[in-house]
Design a protein around this ligand. Structure first.
Ligand code: MRU
Length: 352
């Protein structure tokens, strides 16, 4: 794999390895999976998270599912795989990369020669999963280069959640932009929101930037508006879980409020995401399913109850930022400024 840095997803000795992101940065532990259902549960339980990393994991989980189906029936494995795939598809609802990777692996299965030896089937599927993985890393690097052209000199940026190597095949979308912008000297200051309730910013973004010797200043989520009012950042840079065909962007809860506040202060708002995150079948953000997670995630911090006994909570974990608040969507196919449906379609069709 063309990735020397942090690797959240790996394939070794016929097993899927996932870096357990629930316990970072205190512990760096890889969990091993040889069953697709367990890999699906790992997605649901946040062992692996971030839309592109979920897609990469799903590619490998499809290889595991094929192995399980072949063990049930060498002749009818293409039917036997269905329940495994259905279970995997339900692991998390918002990140379209999960569905995208499953559809791509299913297309690979549909194109297999009927008489192909079953060991070879698994080799072909594994090659496809590895292609999904390495293409994602390459896409991130390309996005980083494209985005740099948009940034001014001496630029301060704020990012939300973790859209880094940990959330992708490697390198990162928003953090890929930041890595490239720091490398070419344009980004001189990086702020990260802590990102309650899972603290992806405090635990994951801060950790991975520091691994790369990129200084990072953490802020409470509620400090973002004041940071912007003080003129400390010129761009907000985030990733996405799903971009609708009209440019509406689903991302970690709190992204929408950053976009509203950025617009008020005349600060630019960038979304960096591979085209595998764009859902051309979803006309607008209104239809994007928003995951609700357990109440306890808000009532507690890292498993330690902090809320008053008896308090209830509401825990939607994504929100939708309307395209009208987005200045640029950066993909590996190019940059769409002031996105709308026709610009997104043109970008998706470019190079086909
Ligand atoms: O709940 P998570 O941690 O899976 O949410 C992740 C995000 O919202 C990321 O910003 C998004 O998936 C883009 S990751 C490149």
């Amino acid at each position: 794999m063309d990735n020397e840095g942090i690797q959240p997803v790996q394939w070794q000795d016929n097993q899927l390895l996932l870096l357990d992101q629930r316990i970072l940065p205190e512990q760096t532990v890889y969990l091993h999976y040889s069953k697709s259902g367990e890999a699906a549960d790992a997605i649901t339980d946040m062992v692996v998270r971030g839309a592109p990393a979920i897609g990469v994991t799903a590619g490998y989980a499809m290889v595991l599912a094929a192995g399980e189906a072949i063990a049930l029936s060498t002749d009818n494995w293409q039917q036997e795989i269905t329940p495994f795939v259905d279970y995997l598809a339900k692991a998390r609802p918002t990140a379209i990369n999960l569905h995208w990777a499953i559809v791509r692996m299913q297309a690979c299965i549909a194109n297999l020669d009927a008489g192909l030896d079953k060991n070879k089937v698994l080799t072909v599927l594994l090659d496809e999963a590895k292609a999904i993985h390495s293409e994602d890393i390459q896409a991130n690097k390309t996005m980083g280069e494209f985005a740099s052209a948009l940034l001014p000199e001496n630029c301060g940026v704020l990012t939300h959640c973790n859209a880094g190597a940990l959330a992708t095949g490697g390198y990162g979308t928003a953090l890929g932009v930041i890595r490239s912008g720091v490398a070419n000297g344009k980004i001189t200051k990086v702020y990260a929101d802590e990102t309650r309730p899972w603290l992806q910013g405090a635990r994951l973004t801060a950790w991975e930037l520091l691994q790369d010797n990129i200084p990072v200043t953490l802020i409470a989520d509620s400090a973002a508006a004041y940071l912007m009012q003080q003129g400390k950042v010129q761009w907000i840079v985030v990733g996405s879980d799903r971009i609708a065909a009209n440019g509406d962007v689903a991302n970690k809860i709190g992204t929408y409020s950053l976009a509203v506040v950025a617009k008020y202060h005349g600060i630019k708002f960038m979304v960096a995401a591979p085209t595998s995150t764009i859902d051309m079948d979803m006309p607008s953000g209104e239809g994007i399913p928003i995951e609700s997670r357990p109440r306890d995630e808000v009532l507690a911090v890292m498993g330690q109850r902090v809320a008053a006994e008896g308090a209830d909570s509401w825990n939607p974990v994504f929100d939708v930022t309307p395209a009208s608040l987005v200045d640029a969507i950066v993909t590996e196919k190019g940059v769409v400024e002031q996105p709308d449906a026709s610009k997104i379609l043109a970008m998706m069709q470019s190079g086909d």
